[in-house]
Structure formats: C-alpha cells, structure tokens
Design a protein around this ligand. Structure first.
Ligand code: T3D
Length: 266
C-alpha cells in the first residue's frame, strides 16, 4: 500500500506529504500515527533544519475523515454516541503540540483546499504559503462542531475576534489570496510557483540559526498569555541562553568579517 505520509529530504529540508488524495488527505487514525512518526523522526534527526508540510493531489487536507468509524455517527439513535473528545485528545491535540514544539521551523505549502482540522493544522505552522487555487474552510460549524486543532487559539490571534468568529461561525470558503490579505497566512502565490516558493523559504530558514528561530516561536506563543513585564523577562531568559550559543558568535563574527554565516546549532 502507498505510505500515508510521503517523506523526502534534500538540503536540510524534510518534506512531508499527506497522502490520501482520494479522500482529500483527510485524517484517519493511521494517517495520524504516520504523521506523528514522521514529525518525531524529523525532530530527532540533526540533518533536518526545516520541515515542509504539504498534500498530495488537489487538496491539502479535508480535516477529519468523516467516514472513519471512530467518529461517524451511528444511524441507530439508540447507539452509544462517538466520543469525539477522545479522538481530539488522542490525535489532534498531540499533533498541534508536536508541530508547535518542533526544534526546527515548519512551513506549510497549502496546495489546495484546507478544511476543518486541515485548515487549522496549516495555520498552526510557522510560515504558511498557499497556491492561488487553495482555500481555507472552518467547516466545523456546518456539522455542529467547534474549531479544533488549535483553531480557537490561533484564529483570533491571527485574524482578530471579528474575523475569527465570522470565519468559524459562517464556515465560508476563504480563498488563499483573501487569507493572505487578512494576515492569516504569509503569502499566496501562483499554483505553479507554490512548491518552488515553499522550498526557497525552507532553504532560507534551514540556513538560519535554528535555535533562535525556534525560541522566537516559543516566545511569541508564550507572550500571548503574559503581561508586558513577564514577556520582557521571558525575552531576557531566552537571550541569556542564545547569547551562549555557537550561532550567536558565528553570526556576529560573520557580520564583522562581511561574510556569509555558517550556522549549525539546532
Ligand atoms: O470528528 C472528530 O473526531 C472531531 C474532529 C474534527 C476535526 C474536523 O476536521 S471536523 C471537519 C471535517 N471536515 C469537513 O467537514 C470537510 C468535509 N469536506 C468538504 O466539505 C469538501 O469535501 C471540501 C470542501 C473539502 C472539498 O469539496 P470538493 O467539492 O472539492 O470535493 P468533494 O467532492 O466534496 O470531495 C472529494 C472526495 O473526498 C469525496 O469522495 P468521493 O465522493 O469522490 O468518493 C468526498 O467524500 C471525500 N472527502 C472530502 N472530505 C472528506 C472526505 N471524505 C471523508 N472525510 C472528509 N472530511
């Protein structure tokens, strides 16, 4: 059988491709397991300096596979309801926490529709580039659910309350260009430029001081729940650590010597 996650590696960039194209790369338990294993392997591999996440075929990811017996409601009204909370705890929560704590930057290359958990998986990555034909759909309300996979946390932070609630309550299809205008994603590019753009960004990130990039993500995520003084203290603590790193010495040396830096910390 075809692997549910395709993996390739070149120049420090690990590309992970969701691969259930006939089901628009929607998640079943097996694809969750395969994606977590691929992310763990990338996190543990010192050769990996950036991860790119994308989808096979015409979609990025249509969210939860609604045909999966773990979640599909039983037609018999007397049957025990499915425990969606257990599915979220077992799969979507660890997935987002894993992406958000990767020791390298994570780029989403959104090649087509990203719906439900698929939309919020993409929006949880560090840098999101989407093809012009791609779109984002907070599909949850249409089936009586709420945005999961971090949607309630990330949407208001990215877009503000008004747009977050509008997107989540209406569930409209948001074209990639509008997502970029709203500041929900980094960039919308022509479809035929998507892979090249994502890999060029990943290549730039791979050449940068990884530990500082990851500390930047951590500090920004943590600062949302802090007052200014606490955020300033957290910045000082991270600066204390980074100031002792090889990459800081190398960066300043390279600046003084007017040459390209060679970063290596991870
Ligand atoms: O449940 C829990 O555990 C809680 C967790 C929830 C997380 C969630 O993600 S909830 C949200 C789940 N996702 C959705 O509600 C999206 C459902 N899909 C769609 O609305 C549409 O498919 C799209 C807007 C994404 C794309 O539309 P379109 O017209 O381009 O394609 P299509 O014809 O609807 O889909 C193509 C095929 O993919 C089709 O199969 P077929 O008829 O060719 O055999 C369709 O059934 C299948 N497909 C698409 N999305 C899903 C799916 N199959 C299973 N699950 C899906 N989510």
């Amino acid at each position: 059988a075809e692997p549910l996650i395709l993996t390739s590696h070149a120049g420090g960039i690990r590309t992970l491709t969701l691969n259930r194209p006939a089901q628009l790369n929607s998640f079943n338990g097996a694809m969750h397991t395969a994606l977590m294993a691929a992310l763990e392997a990338a996190a543990a591999d010192a050769e990996v300096r950036c991860v790119v996440l994308t989808g096979a075929g015409r979609a990025f990811c249509a969210g939860q596979d609604l045909a999966d017996p773990a979640v599909a409601p039983d037609p018999d009204p007397a049957a025990e309801p499915k425990d969606l909370g257990a599915v979220v705890e077992a799969h979507y929560k660890p997935l987002v926490l894993r992406v958000r704590s990767m020791p390298v930057p994570v780029v989403a290359a959104v090649n087509g529709v990203a719906a439900g958990a698929g939309a919020n998986l993409a929006l949880g990555c560090d840098i999101v580039v989407a093809g012009r034909s791609a779109s984002f759909i907070q599909a949850f309300a249409k089936i009586g659910l709420i945005p999961d996979t971090g949607g309630t946390w990330v949407l208001p932070r990215l877009a503000g309350r008004a747009r977050a609630l509008g997107l989540a309550m209406l569930g409209d299809k948001l074209p990639a260009a509008e997502a970029a205008q709203m500041g929900l994603i980094w960039q919308c590019v022509d479809d035929d430029q998507l892979a090249a753009t994502a890999h060029a960004l990943a290549g730039r990130l791979a050449a940068m001081p990884t530990r500082a990039l990851v500390a930047t993500r951590q500090a920004m995520d943590a600062a949302g729940g802090m007052d200014l003084a606490a955020a300033l203290s957290a910045e000082a603590q991270l600066m204390r650590t980074l100031g002792r790193s090889h990459d800081y010495l190398e960066g300043v040396d390279a600046f003084r010597e007017k040459r390209a830096p060679r970063f290596r910390d991870r």
